[in-house]
Write a protein that binds this ligand. Sequence first.
Ligand SMILES: O=C(O)CCC(=O)C(=O)O
Length: 297
Amino acid sequence: MTLSHNDLLRYAAQYQRDGYVIVPSLFASSEVAGFIEHFMDLRRQGSKEGDFAGVPIAGDDNTPDPLQQYPRMIHMHRWDEPSRDWMIDQRIDTVMTSLLGMSPYAVQTMLYFKPPGARGQALHQDQYYLRVQPGTCIAAWLALDDCDEANGCMQIVPGSHKLPLLCTVPADTTQSFTDVMVPVPEGMTVAPIIMKAGDVLFFNGQLIHGSFPNSSSNRFRRSLIGHYIVGDAEKVAKYYHPVLRMDGTEVTLGVSKRGGACGVWVEKDGETVVEMRDPEAKSAVAVADGDDPPLIA
Ligand SMILES: O=C(O)CCC(=O)C(=O)O
């Protein structure tokens, strides 16, 4: 797929305005078919370091959970060459460079299999996990299957990338394989992102996003995801080191810790505004202990 200068300008304008943009057919169907075969083979080979099948379903020990058979893979680029090559693919670099004004650093890969019946991931901001300083992170989310509301496509809150990091509340673990969420801000709405296999969704690390369960009876919703940080960042959470330039070489950055204020919505002078609050005592202890942020983005 050729990316024209005009396309790139258009993508950058939408990304700045809405916090996300979809680049259609960035990867060819033959490449997508190759990824599906590769990752399904890897999954069949057995468990990998960092596999995550999700938190237990609250109050339910009996319902079979399809994620047990298809847990999410993480950081495959550290041991799998096709994942590493994809993470630093020139097409991703070209788009991100135009969205950010400079080449990013690459820090994470993930593969969501999301088989029929699997839970989704509650709405969140990726910066909650990555803690990039200064600036934020950005994701490249490659659809390996056509995705729509039935098989649990991505859901995003357009414009929420302009908000600060918001405080989380407990999530409904019957619907989400993670247990914290960011409530949808008043006046904003959640929108489904319908994609074809081969399309890539780029989204800002402050954008509130997630997905609902895969309610289809027979369709996977697989996606290959890369997480990146702005190319002038100085620190990122420990879990995301080593940090790579888009030519694959390593760059030394500092380690950011959990903590810092998060935003809650309050009424002030008849308006609903975000007020930054100190982290809860537990996080303050974690900072003192030098803990990393949780390992899920
Ligand atoms: O694919 C999903 O359902 C969620 C992915 C996600 O939250 C992410 O890539 O940060």
